[in-house]
Each structure stands twice: as C-alpha cells, then as structure tokens.
Design a protein around this ligand. Sequence first.
Ligand code: HMG
Length: 389
Amino acid sequence: MKIGIDKIGFYAPHIYVDMEKLAEARDIEPAKFTVGIGQSQMAVAPITQDSVTLAANAALEIIDDEDREKIDFVIFGSESGIDHSKSGAVYVHQLLGLQPQARAVEVKQACYGATAGIQMAKGHIALNPESKVLVLGSDIARYGLNTAGESTQGAGAVAMIISANPRIMELENHNVYLTNDIMDFWRPIYSDKAFVDGKFSNEQYILFFNKVWEAFKSKSGLNLSDMEAICYHLPYTKMGLKALRTVIDEAPEEVRERLLENYQISTQYNRNVGNIYTGSLYLSLLSLLENKEDLKEGVRIGMFSYGSGAVGEFFTGVLQPNYREHLHIESHQRIFDTRKEVTIEEYEAIFEETLPRDGADIELNIEQDPASIVLSGTVDNKRQYVNKN
Ligand code: HMG
C-alpha cells in the first residue's frame, strides 16, 4: 500500500521585512543577508498570530468535508508551543471542526517535529488504511533584535494530510535517522528567544547530513543520480546549498547541474519567508513542486530534515500521477502578492509586543490581521481564538 502526502498547504503572516533594509538598519552590508545568508524577505508574526493560528490557517485551505470526517489523528509539530501542557493540536482540531473521534498531540524536537509527525502518521495509516492524519509544522523563529540570528528569523506553517493512495507524493521506506545530544541551538523554558551557537550549528547540520546521506546510500542502494532534487531543512537558503556542495561531486555533470538548479527553485518560498523551523523542509518541497512547472510525475525527491539538539533524517518520496492538479498554487501566490512590507521601526515594535506576562486579560485588535483565524486576546489565562469566516 502506498502511503504519503495527499495534500499540502501553507500559511505565512500578512507582513514582512525587506532584508536589505534590515541590513542597512544594522549597519551590515546588504549582500551579507541577500547573498551570504540568502534571504530577501522575512515574514513577521503580528501579535494576533501564534503557532496555533498559523497552523490552523495553513490547514484551512486544504481541508474539505471528507477530510473533516476521516482525519482521526492530528499531529502538531512545533517548538513555539503556547502551553506547557495542552497541545496546539487540540486547538487546531476544534478550529477546523474535525470529527471528535480523533487523537491530537504535539510533538517537539526543534525543527524535526513535523518529520517525526509524518513518520508517526505513516505507521498509523499502515494500521488504519481508511483514515487520514493531519500533520502540522508551525513556528515563529525568534532570536532577538540586533543578534547574529536576527536575519534567520521567520514565521509560518505547513499543513499536510497523510493518507493511503496519496495524490501528491508517496513516501518511501529507506529512511535513515540519527540522534546526538549537542547544544547547537536551544530555548530554555523561561525564554521566548532561542539561544544558539551559530557556527557550531552550521557544522553540525552538515555533519548530520553527511552521516545520514552515507548511511542512506548503503541502506537503499540509491545515489545522487536517482534524485531529481534534494530538499533541505532551510534555516536560511544558503545552509542547504552548503550541505549539497559537500556531496555534489559524487554525481556526473548533468546530475550536478540538475540538482543545483532544482535546489534554487526549492528555496524560492523560503527566501521570502525565513526560517519557519518545523515547516521549513516542507515549505522547500512546496516551493519546488509549485515553482518548477516541468517537474515530472514519477521522479524521486530526497528530503533532509534537521532539528537542533539534534536529530537528523534523510528520506525520499516519489511524485504521483497528476500531482500538480492537487496543489494550491494560486492561493499560495496570493499570500505572497498580498503581503505588506513593514518598516524596521514597525517590525521592532511588533517584535517587542507580547501578551501580558502577569496573566491579565487583553483584547487584541483583530481587524488589522486579514487571516481567517486569529488570536483575539486572553481571558482568565485562556487564549481566545476567532474564525472570522
Ligand atoms: P554571522 O556570524 O552573522 O554570519 O552568522 P557569517 O559571518 O558567518 O556570514 C554569513 C555568510 O555571509 C558567510 O558565508 C559570509 O562569507 C557571507 P559562508 O562563508 O558561510 O558561505 N558574507 C557575505 N556575502 C556576500 N557579501 C558580503 C558578505 N559578508 C558576509 N558583504 C549565522 C550567520 C547563520 C551563524 C547566524 O545567522 C545564526 O546564528 N543563525 C541561527 C542559527 C542557524 O540558523 N543555524 C543553522 C544550522 S542549525 C538549524 O538549521 C536548526 C535551526 O533551524 C533550529 C531548529 O532546529 O529548531 C536553526
């Protein structure tokens, strides 16, 4: 039985910062951000968006009534959880109006959470072929104003339905995974900003990629020539390229050219959104599928997932017949076309705006946020969500 991605949707907040202007404001050569890091725009989350609303908005566009009846497992991959106890999945389950006989849990391992979710979903579908699983990867990346990590922030979510006989991509079973306890990036429970050992994190990302890639080749018997493209977890678009360059010489010239060209296409959305942690790898996949018009059905795509701390995984998927008919290209294009640029001063003010830390009630101005699902405030320490439609 084929199991894989049946639907895939994406959401990013309606405002962004221009990276050249951010560089100028920080007295940095703009090319460092646009070329050295490889980012052009960075999505900014208004206070009315959190990991729950971003995920629910991403799922909203792909879910239909049949999905509402058949989804019996919601897996919320995130490292921007809004509660130490209750999972974001339970909120999303309610906001989407899914049938009640479902499991709903949150999975955490830095940027690896959604990949863990997909693998759990595969197991669930193998045992329950009639059901569907909603896997979410939703995050707001925050390092702090004027920090080295600032240029690698972002916000957004990807939602995927995993099912039998998937219409977009069959997930193959040659997965190779790796865990090692390291401190390259972490966020203690008391902090709303990540701590990072930037250079070390870059080195570990590449080391993990090299290790899982070597093991994948021996396990599967496949090599670079068998891949139409490799999509990477993209904390910033230069990162995956650095990893790809460490192995590219294994391939003949024509394969090298193909992988490098497809790599650029797979980074287009990420370049204009920034790091969305758990969703980044899947945003890169979406970027490739939606922006490469002549990508043929039946081709194999390699996927490298990395979550600091750290867990890495390499796996593959095969594109299904007519997969392009099941993408939501126009609505994703609309997200980019209707976004509004904010000035650096506005972005800084939005960044500093947080919910009251003493638990006081607050009512937020939801009119400024065009998203369907928004956070409208807190009452008695409970977040209040509104679906405007
Ligand atoms: P930095 O120290 O500001 O930058 O930190 P740099 O000095 O290393 O320069 C960056 C690149 O710009 C270099 O390119 C420079 O040469 C180039 P490279 O040599 O590395 O190819 N550069 C220029 N290029 C053109 N024109 C110029 C110019 N000047 C310099 N004028 C760093 C960069 C990424 C470390 C920082 O932003 C950071 O700490 N970010 C957060 C951590 C991160 O993203 N790590 C990535 C791997 S870990 C991961 O992916 C997991 C993660 O997503 C979290 C999770 O799992 O939850 C982060």
